[in-house]
Design a protein. Structure first.
Length: 297
């Protein structure tokens, strides 16, 4: 990509790729295809391929406004990156599993494959917006195009796809993206910031067990927190700008007042699973969950 050429803004690119969930255009696939077990996230057990008892004939949820109150918190956390409508309207050409029950099993099996492809598209579009990744823009663009083409495959071909291998190839580029961005942070950081510096943990927290960790007010800028277990961690007022949060488990993490403005690879599902408030700063493409304000953190 020429040095003076700007990549398309993420909002428009993600809109073009259909990476924002559109439940009105989906056949309630997540409510049928996916299994769940009775827990703090779900009030009952449900097998994969069996419609949730809350799913109506028009594929809408009959209790959408009260899901958290009646024990279905897990539904409010899930985000398909637009895979549901892609499978419904493109792969299966607008014919629902109710209209064509013989296609139901395959439709349900294709959903998690499409979900992974759309998740990768989400990460690639983000990587392409970063100035630090300009040196690998061509490689990122190529993988974006390849992945988009895969989402256009037939259901039969999607079932044969080695999505794990494709994901592995893209992960190498995402790792490079993370390194480039975090290197810039380290180069620009001053030794004294007036905040606690990672609690002595350093910046490499990849896969770390930080469940319930006391990280209030810590400077975690540029930290590698890929796949970290941050369940119920206290991150109030923490600075998470440029921190790599891909795959980090943020369930019930306390993000009140935290700054995640430029954090890397943060998704809506991760945000939905955490706790926050009006002072939590989020990346501009993510929205503040309604329950942050109604439930009180």
């Amino acid at each position: 990509m020429p040095a003076n050429q700007e990549y398309v803004v993420p909002t428009e690119e993600r809109k073009r790729l259909g990476l924002n969930s559109d439940c009105e255009s989906c056949f309630g696939l997540c409510c049928v295809a996916l299994p769940f077990a009775a827990s703090s996230d779900f009030a009952v057990n449900k097998d994969g391929g069996k419609p949730c008892h809350n799913l109506q004939e028009d594929f809408r949820c009959g209790t959408h406004q009260n899901l958290r109150e009646i024990g279905f918190r897990g539904c409010t956390v899930y985000d398909c990156f637009g895979a549901g409508q892609k499978v419904s309207q493109f792969t299966f050409k607008g014919q629902s599993w109710r209209e064509k029950p013989e296609s139901a099993r395959q439709m349900f099996d294709v959903l998690p494959i499409m979900w992974q492809l759309h998740e990768l598209l989400w990460y690639l579009t983000e990587a392409l917006t970063l100035e630090a990744t300009r040196s690998i823009h061509d490689a990122l663009s190529k993988k974006l195009d390849e992945t988009e083409c895969l989402t256009h495959l037939s259901a039969d071909d999607l079932m044969k796809l080695d999505v794990g291998a494709h994901r592995s190839e893209i992960n190498e580029l995402l790792l490079q993206t993370s390194q480039l961005v975090r290197d810039e942070v380290r180069q620009g950081q001053k030794s004294s910031t007036g905040r606690k510096k990672n609690g002595g943990r350093g910046s490499n927290l990849r896969g770390a067990d930080l469940m319930g960790a006391k990280l209030k007010g810590e400077d975690l800028r540029g930290a590698n927190m890929r796949g970290a277990y941050l369940i119920a961690a206290d991150l109030r007022g923490a600075d998470l700008r440029k921190a790599d949060l891909i795959g980090a488990d943020l369930r019930d993490a306390d993000l009140r007042g935290a700054d995640l403005t430029d954090s890397l690879f943060l998704t809506q599902a991760q945000v939905n699973s955490a706790r926050g408030d009006a002072d939590t700063k989020l990346p501009k493409l993510l929205t503040r969950p309604a329950h942050w304000l109604t439930e009180g953190a």
